[in-house]
Design a binder for this molecule. Sequence first.
Ligand code: ZN
Length: 495
Amino acid sequence: MIDKINLRVQYPGGPSITIDTGIIQKLNCPVLLDHSEIPNAERLIPLTRGADITDKLPASGLKWRFTPGYYRRSADALNTALNKVAVYAPWKAFDPGPDYPIDVRFAAMPGLTKKDIRDHFPKGMLPPDMDINRGLSDGEIELVDTSGTTEEKITNIWNQKWWDASERSSWRFNSGFDRIVYGEHREALLVNPRSTGFISDDADLPMDKRRLSRFLYLNEKTDPATWTKDLMTRMVNELAIFQPDILEVNPSLLARLCRFISANNLTVFQPSVIVLTYEYTTRIEYRQIRKAFLSPMISSYGTTETGYVFTECEAGRLHQNSDFCRVDFQPFKREYGGPRTGRILVTPFDNPWCYFIRFDAGDIVTLEEGGSCPCGRDSGIILSSINGRKANLTLTTDGRPVTLAEVDEATAGPAGVEQYKLIQKDSFNYELHLVSRIREKGQLVLDAQKALKGLYGMDAVVDVCFDDDFPPEISGKSLISRALFPIDLDSYLEE
Ligand SMILES: [Zn+2]
């Protein structure tokens, strides 16, 4: 035992704690925890005197507050998964054991991939006593297919009751929701019907065929490039008739409608809040939406698999919905953009039909510097930004990964751009596709090339081409940046 030691230690995504008693432990990864904050700390093992562990800490240097319930739910989720759910049987070999703090046990686990889910669904993803047929016949659950390519596509069990509870909990992170009564609110959705809603690419559906309880789906077309003036006028009119409390949107679709609204000087009904979800919102899209709407815009990050994970507050930061999910953060190595930027892995809590441990939805985030938010909410992880997805990554000419957020910052400058798409063809060749209505495009090309060379390297070759419009990806979401070759994210992350 050590008499006295003062160390401030940080576990990625976990608490930062000052150790000042002898009740500490040495672990096979660099984490120290004291017994006042960790439930089973009375079983800790003493640290070897003099062991220098501080150098090994990945240390984003940030402190997050979690309730005791957060650790209990984390432990419940992991113990149930390891002991009862078949897909996790091989993971037991990674578990240091129940004597270890839960953060350490989670850190030792791999991430659950969509392939794991596809290979084991449904039986291998549930405890043996959960009967999927009973759940389906009782109406407690339904099966939903997520959109996307074969690689991305999976079948999930949809538990509406749990989903609603997760959504309701996410509302406490933004006062924009305060005046809306959950469950009684009217909600209009401007989303790709491949994600949710009704698909009808040939015939236009009348408004009553696009209603579902308190929801109105404004769009039934899978390709927004086919929207006609009449269809967009219809959307504006229906907003005025339906008067939704919430307008939930793919930002790329709302930006498209807003370009039409601005070009025609239309006035549009202002909902209490606009929820931006499903895809990254570019700076250009944000500006286009702001021209038509004064409503508060709230970014909501989640997935069909994990429910509501992060919600934007009034101060523009994103707060973890920590009553409903655990988030583990894996920073990039320092030389690749860490340690505040990295990948998140999500573990939903207390959904009897879902046992996902460290689900990798492929999203990259940046932690809020300083670890606190001006809004004062202090439970869970706080992000300064969500930076796009793994699928959006590109590389500089000297091999550093570049997130969509960085591309977006570089591309936001040149005036006259309506939409853009950045494709990296190989190590040195980049193709920037622009949609622009301005006539004289010479300066635009020079500005864009300069900005992207600043980002990717002066030896980058940047071709700028102009398109009339972009069709959506198979997923129905816009894919604003990507490389045409595989990028192994894991090789850029801290071990
Ligand atoms: Zn905040």
